[in-house]
Design a protein around this ligand. Structure first.
Ligand SMILES: [Zn+2]
Length: 315
């Protein structure tokens, strides 16, 4: 009889558990593609809300840098991240001003709002972050779509947002018609965990990484990388496949710079906008924002931050 009671109790618990899961699922709203406008007037109140929950944010931060060294190496190796940028960044170690900044500045402390939904036009940066659990809902494998006669893939396992990838394929065909070939597709989608691995590697190479006030970064803090949306493409060439500034010397860069907006892509981190984006010049990082917005940004020479009247703010 006692066992029967135990059995009934376990069954009851299972039913309740199942009900909670079903309820949770029915509440889940997948990311939608309709235009998302960020309400910037709301930022101040959200910041206040954030500082009230500093403790939980602190815990999350600690978790996010607690990545096994081996895993971090494996991830960055598979992503083909170069280490050159680390040496470039290291020059700031000799700067006594930035050292004093580092005592009380950490990029993770920058005010931010958590994006619940993301679409082509969303601004994702240190002030507009994605959660650990955010995953795009329309990821496909680039290998299944890209004409590999036109584009060399860094990895056959790379995932990308489907609409953005279709636009990328159109763009590559147009480049070929203009006589520009030999593109190399490096990174597209990166999960939050992959970004944590990259960040941990940067911090291992440079303990002041992300701790120098207003110094643009070469790698985004976890949650603030556009790669987590599947909409950011690191496009290089077989003659210059490393993610460095060298790519800007290639005809592929010149062609992308002049034509990518026609296919909905913008150069996301231009050299003259690093104080607005917070990210170093990346001649290879293109973000799909859709054709209408891309044309607007290109013709006005502005970044996504300027479009939303929200230059990156650190404090
Ligand atoms: Zn990139």
């Amino acid at each position: 009889m006692r066992y029967l009671l135990y059995f009934a109790a376990i069954c009851g618990a299972l039913v309740v558990g199942l009900a909670v899961v079903v309820k949770f699922d029915s509440d889940y709203e997948p990311p939608k593609r309709e235009l998302l406008r960020i309400d910037y007037d709301d930022l101040a109140s959200q910041d206040a809300e954030l500082s009230a929950t500093t403790e939980s944010v602190e815990n999350e931060k600690t978790d996010s840098v607690r990545v096994e060294e081996k895993d971090a190496d494996k991830i960055s190796e598979s992503l083909g991240e170069e280490t050159e940028k680390n040496t470039v960044d290291n020059k700031y170690d000799d700067n006594s001003d930035s050292k004093s900044d580092s005592k009380d500045f950490f990029i993770a402390d920058a005010p931010y709002t958590r994006l619940k939904k993301v679409d082509d036009t969303s601004l994702v940066n240190i002030n507009h972050r994605l959660g650990k659990s955010y995953e795009p809902n329309d990821l496909v494998c680039v290998y299944d779509y890209v004409d590999r006669e036109l584009v060399t893939l860094h990895s056959e396992h790379t995932l990308a947002d489907k609409d953005a990838l279709l636009a990328f394929c159109d763009m590559m065909s147009a480049a070929e018609k203009d006589g520009v070939t030999g593109f190399y597709l490096r990174n597209v989608y990166r999960s939050y965990e992959m970004q944590e691995g990259l960040w941990a590697k940067r911090v291992r190479a440079d303990k002041y990484y992300g701790r120098r006030y207003k110094v643009p970064l070469g790698s985004a803090y976890p949650g603030s990388s556009e790669h987590q949306t599947g909409l950011a493409f690191d496009i290089l060439s077989v003659t210059s496949p490393e993610a460095t500034e060298n790519f800007k010397k290639t005809p592929n860069y010149k062609w992308l710079r002049e034509n990518s907006y026609k296919f909905g892509f913008i150069l996301r981190y231009p050299a003259d906008k690093t104080d607005i984006t917070g990210i170093k010049f990346e001649p290879y990082h293109y973000r799909y924002v859709g054709m209408t917005l891309a044309k607007h940004l290109y013709e006005n020479g502005i970044t996504l931050e300027e479009y939303y009247d929200s230059p990156v703010h650190w404090k």
